[in-house]
Design a protein around this ligand. Sequence first.
Ligand SMILES: Cc1cc2nc3c(=O)[nH]c(=O)nc-3n(C[C@H](O)[C@H](O)[C@H](O)COP(=O)(O)OP(=O)(O)OC[C@H]3O[C@@H](n4cnc5c(N)ncnc54)[C@H](O)[C@@H]3O)c2cc1C
Length: 435
Amino acid sequence: MQKKQNIGLVWFRNDLRVTDNDVLHKATSNHESLIACYCFDPRHFQNGTFGFKKTEKFRAKFLIDSVSDLKTSLKGMGIELFIFLDKPENSIPKLLEEWDISKVYLQKEWTPEEGHVLNQVKSRVSSTIRFFESYTQFLYHPETIEMKISEIPMVFTDFRKHVEKHARVRPLTAKPQYRSSKVVPNATRIPTLADLGLQDFERHPLSAFPFTGGERSAFQRLNYYIFETKKLGVYKKTRNGLIGTNYSSKLSPWLANGSLSARTVYWNVKRFEEEHGKNQSTYWLIFELIWRDYFKYISLKYGNSIFHLRGIRNREYEWERDVREINKWINGKTGSSFVNANMLELQQTGWMSNRGRQNVASYFSKDMRLDWRIGASYFESLLIDYDVHSNYGNWMYVSGVGNDPRDRKFDVEWQARRYDPSGKFQNLWLQPTLF
Ligand SMILES: Cc1cc2nc3c(=O)[nH]c(=O)nc-3n(C[C@H](O)[C@H](O)[C@H](O)COP(=O)(O)OP(=O)(O)OC[C@H]3O[C@@H](n4cnc5c(N)ncnc54)[C@H](O)[C@@H]3O)c2cc1C
């Protein structure tokens, strides 16, 4: 039998891009021939602990688009993307054996489900197989922050000041100029929403996120927001908006599944600053990216505690779990029309503004006193931009079990008057016929 020598495997997870991807870069440097794989893990489409589907249709559709775009980009390099609707521990060992692969390249993840899956894969393959894991999801790479993970401060400002002073954002890793020397046959196909047990749907006409998944559309949005419209230059003034596509960057869904890297956003902001000048808004977008990094470091430091009821602060509160109350919140039937409008937007589009998220989460945990993990789990299901660290980090923060030293509560009626003074946003979702 002819030996199929030295093919490497790139296992894509939440790094669905070819530009600024250190995993792909390392693999292309080490192998003349590569194949790649992505697994739609059936567990991601089943119900989670609190009964919500772990991934609802909005993010699933975005993911399908993202993987489809990645497949096209890799094909341009002669790299076949094998796509499975199966657990990685079933499909990857077979792929390794079929192509006699001994080296696997992947993004380093640390949350329990991802860790468990990797361990399962490793337990089913020879111990000679080597796995090369790289962090590609940070703005400030863990090797550059000059701080041990155990020393990550409890207060964001302390972390931000430290990285701003001591760390530097690494330059971008260019898209590899690569052509795999062996092109292999590949009969796998991308699943449909129906294959994932989800219904196809039309995008809601009022969606504030009317974009498709994939690296190409990520770059289009980045260019549009930063350079074409120069909206970045007024970001600080508009970022608390509630309606439309342009009050904030809307980059989070691409950042969450890794079709866009945080470094790419950073270096484009820097380019904008060079060309058009620096101001508070350009700084503030980077400030928000540091929040994103912070919650990743918090989850690295505290591990599973980010999913615990008492959170990383180990705080004891009385929590309710009344299903009727939870359903009122989900279906926009609470006593607050501002909360209701935001919840209906989420239910119908998979999107909610940052201002909305803060208010509905505070209302859920501090006014209704409901178990914050149920709200977080509902967000996990619905959000197009769900990111485990940002979601659980923000939920803990708002619910008083995380990184907010002051344990504040949002006055949702005051917030509605401040951020939706004419009621336009509330009417949009509560009385859509008016628009
Ligand atoms: C309860 C709650 C749950 C959340 N869940 C998620 C989630 O699952 N996934 C997610 O990406 N964000 C989450 N966020 C953070 C924030 O609401 C979104 O990142 C933001 O609304 C996305 O819109 P944008 O891309 O236009 O953000 P912009 O305002 O344009 O900000 C630019 C980028 O900075 C990052 N960022 C901004 N605010 C935050 C923040 N508070 N925490 C962490 N990163 C931030 C995001 O990557 C964002 O794309 C949550 C916030 C709350 C209060």
